[in-house]
Design a protein around this ligand. Sequence first.
Ligand code: PLP
Length: 326
Amino acid sequence: MNKITIANVPTKIEKLNFFNKHLNKTVYIKRDDQTGMATSGNKIRKLEYLLQDAQNQKCDYLITSGGIQSNHARATAVLAAKFRMKTLLILKAGEINRMEGNLFFNQLVGAKIKLVSEEEYRDLTPMIEELKEELIDSGHRPYVIPMGGSNGIGAQGYVDAYYEILHQEQELGLVFDTIVVTSGSGGTYAGLSYANKESHQNKTIIGISVLNQEEQAVRDILHVLTDMNQYRDNHFCFSASEINIIDRYIGLGYGKSQLDELKFIEKFAQEEGLLLDPVYTGKAMYGLYNELKNGSFQKSQNILFIHTGGIFGWTDEKINMLYGAV
Ligand SMILES: *Cc1c(COP(=O)(O)O)cnc(C)c1O
């Protein structure tokens, strides 16, 4: 499959001091938070394939959806501006909808934003079909990208990331037996997991969920994995037992924070000089820390955590929770 290439890759792999200091464990981090600035994070790897597909089909209007502070929506909007395409973002309104963070950048790059209620968001298909028809009637060629860019096309980006890691292992002279990643819509996990099978590497891939409970998360990932076969000319079968999802760190729910999570991010920032976000990587790193502290992954020698980005998720509400209003 072809893709447009704009992500800053390969992203660096660095050793973390934090885990050595506190738990006497070696953990590395892959800096996918540095895939870009306006297009930072994991979504750009998926969008490179999705945008190519949209261009192959001569589409000029991207439609996608997500939460009010969706990183995926922001990366899509920025990329669309770069390629002189238009974007319609269908975002689930929260309790607080300030023009800040990702939502602000969406606005800044000229995306059209449609806020919908939680109720409407549960099944967007009819609304998307309608909006698509409207765009077609006004002479556009719309291209619909699923939430998080997680389908068989988008997930190809993390197959590439996996092969990038194998290449870096050779340069670094070490092998990562375990890869840990934050999991939401599941495309990132699916891409890594697919490549793990394709390359016969047998690494342990662990997804720390910040969105769905294990059963639903596994179902979503299996769906993407199956969809991927058609783009790679394989007929792999995947079973739920191959998918490792930890759902103990969702906390109060997607996008919601608790003080202990934010305090952990603060401690990590001060001791490591590295920024995590409250919605995704903060919860997952906190999860990894707690799992290791409690004796999980005993067999893992070299663990690689993929930093999937998310910095713009530091909204006023989160900052106030940590430091109070100033
Ligand atoms: C979207 C996102 C994830 C989750 O990726 P999925 O492919 O949706 O599972 C993790 N971290 C960050 C920062 C994200 O924006």
